[in-house]
Design a protein around this ligand. Sequence first.
Ligand SMILES: *[C@@H]1O[C@H](CO)[C@@H](O)[C@H](O)[C@H]1NC(C)=O
Ligand SMILES: *[C@@H]1O[C@H](CO)[C@@H](O)[C@H](O)[C@H]1NC(C)=O
Ligand SMILES: *[C@@H]1O[C@H](CO)[C@@H](O)[C@H](O)[C@H]1NC(C)=O
Ligand SMILES: *[C@@H]1O[C@H](CO)[C@@H](O)[C@H](O)[C@H]1NC(C)=O
Ligand SMILES: *[C@@H]1O[C@H](CO)[C@@H](O)[C@H](O)[C@H]1NC(C)=O
Ligand SMILES: *[C@@H]1O[C@H](CO)[C@@H](O)[C@H](O)[C@H]1NC(C)=O
Length: 604
Amino acid sequence: INMASASISPEELEDLRETFAKIDVDNNGFISIDELTQLFKATNLALPGFKIREIVQEITKTSSQLTFDEFTKVGLMKSTEVGKTFRKAINKKEGICNVAGTSEQSGTQHSYSGLSYNNTHSPPNNTLPPQGSLFTATVRELKMINLSVADTIDERTINKKKLTPFTIQENLNLALNSASAIGCHVVNIGAEDLKEGRQHLVLGLLWQVIKIGLFADIELSKNEALVALLRDGESLEDLMKLSPEELLLRWANYHLENAGCPKINNFSSEIKDSKAYYNLLNQVAPKGDEEGIPPIAIDMSGIREKEDLKRAECMLDQADRLGCRQFVMPTDVVRGNPKLNLAFVANLFNKYPALKKPENQDIDWSSIEGETREERTFRNWMNSLGVNPRVNHLYADIDDALVIFQLYEKINVKVEWDRVNKPPYHSLSCYMKKLENCNYAVELGKKEAKFSLVGIAGQDLKTGNRTLTLALLWQLMRRYTLNILENLGDGQKVNDDTIVRWVNDTLTQAGKNTISSFKDGQISTSLPVLDLIDAIQPRSIKYDLLKMEDLTDEEKLNNAKYAISMARKIGARVYALPEDLVEVKPKMVMTVFACLMAHGMKCV
Ligand SMILES: *[C@@H]1O[C@H](CO)[C@@H](O)[C@H](O)[C@H]1NC(C)=O
Ligand SMILES: *[C@@H]1O[C@H](CO)[C@@H](O)[C@H](O)[C@H]1NC(C)=O
Ligand SMILES: *[C@@H]1O[C@H](CO)[C@@H](O)[C@H](O)[C@H]1NC(C)=O
Ligand SMILES: *[C@@H]1O[C@H](CO)[C@@H](O)[C@H](O)[C@H]1NC(C)=O
Ligand SMILES: *[C@@H]1O[C@H](CO)[C@@H](O)[C@H](O)[C@H]1NC(C)=O
Ligand SMILES: *[C@@H]1O[C@H](CO)[C@@H](O)[C@H](O)[C@H]1NC(C)=O
């Protein structure tokens, strides 16, 4: 057995230790041949029983079970078939959703390679540093979040100097709560995981953050030229319902069709030979017909390369000339890594959509409406809870109520799943099946959740009546927030008054001004929120950064940004946006105070 590469990092060791514990089902401190067999079976990797026995015997010489040290050795057999299969099994078992995948040459994860992020809005070269000090790791996450959704994090709230375990923890809180606020699903990631740099979890989170940023503009309301992708007989609504992934595929095929090339079905096995990419690059490269943008002629000669890998390299050199090489290495193309290739294409789309908004064509542009702030907040909230499917378009994506049922479960309303129709729906009965679900969703709201749903019928959810759908969603979010408080307070009922009273008491004890309600005009300065944060965590607010009197609108917004980031930094998972405070939107104001109260109660 080749033990030449017996170096192992502390993180790897930690991962192996955890894995060991998971495989060691009977928890006796040894891994038996049986347990190993189960591992390989569970992960669908064929390794015959005799092979497993062979490995174990080779390593232990005498025994038929592995100690942790011996187990580590198997993991270190990087260059052997067995070692590779073993690592694959472990990775699969861990559910590693590795952004870059595992390099087969070395058997190690070089996960950050090629993962750089540069979009047209804000283009610093963010090639990720290899996992280094904890500080760079966290700041990197914070910057990425801020890049993906501009202005999510107030720079003033990041701890940068004299870092202690406590201030590091604060940075992590800020990263995780901000990621939630932009719609990342982070419930399974604790600050501990980020701190210890558990690669797969951190990468999973980073991938979500990157995706949100890359997909932000792949939407009709942000890019009207996408109408060019409309097919015969399709309505604008149909197009608006497509997910960013679907739109990207359609976009690629639109250009491939114009080039007279075969279409593709996915950004995985279909792009491995780089030929579709070559043609796509050739189609979207600037032709010099737009003022100020010089033409770039794609050199297509590399398409004749015999080897896939060489062809991919040549193709990426051409992509580089467009400034669009990010996210993939030649091997990622050849292996058809779906995530990285999707990111590569999304980045290309963002830089060179090469679509023209069709002249006229009886298109009712007024029906293309962007998302309101309130809608985005609801959507981010539900996505951060990990609803499946992810909600890209608030109304269209919940029109079968499946997401609503999942939200009911989050607020402890029992859903009888037998009564729920599940996709795929047959095209003939689709409408009825979805409507039945919506009717059931309204029924649950009225009877079980005891929501006030006067005048709301299933039909309104199905057709996406804005006012009525939002009324239901708000009650779901409100109940979710109150439930958290009730669980902390041993089940005692909580309502708006309870929260205002707690806020008043806490503010009074700290010698600060109180609020009259969530509509209090003072809230527009954010000072009550900041005072409350300072009361919960004394001396956390740097008042010298704030404007206290006679605030202009801009100064109010400035305070509000600081307040929202500070709330997240001390540990409150706030979804509201600075503008909600400035405009004193009572619903969102309520959620801010409720989250702070929940955090305050935990601190006591
Ligand atoms: C981005 O930064 C990396 C590392 O500093 C560097 O190697 C690379 O050339 C830069 N890329 C661009 C496009 O500037
Ligand atoms: C990022 O992209 C922009 C727009 O394509 C480009 O101008 C800028 O140089 C890029 N930045 C880096 C550092 O790669
Ligand atoms: C986040 O972005 C905004 C501008 O969009 C910027 O003012 C702010 O300093 C950035 N914060 C961080 C932490 O980079
Ligand atoms: C991509 O499409 C090809 C051809 O249609 C198919 O064989 C393959 O399974 C698809 N791959 C994925 C990951 O969907
Ligand atoms: C939504 O429902 C309300 C209340 O029934 C109704 O007044 C409104 O016209 C509906 N909106 C649409 C777009 O149907
Ligand atoms: C909070 O304090 C304000 C002002 O002191 C008072 O008007 C209000 O009634 C108080 N509200 C609660 C619920 O205690």
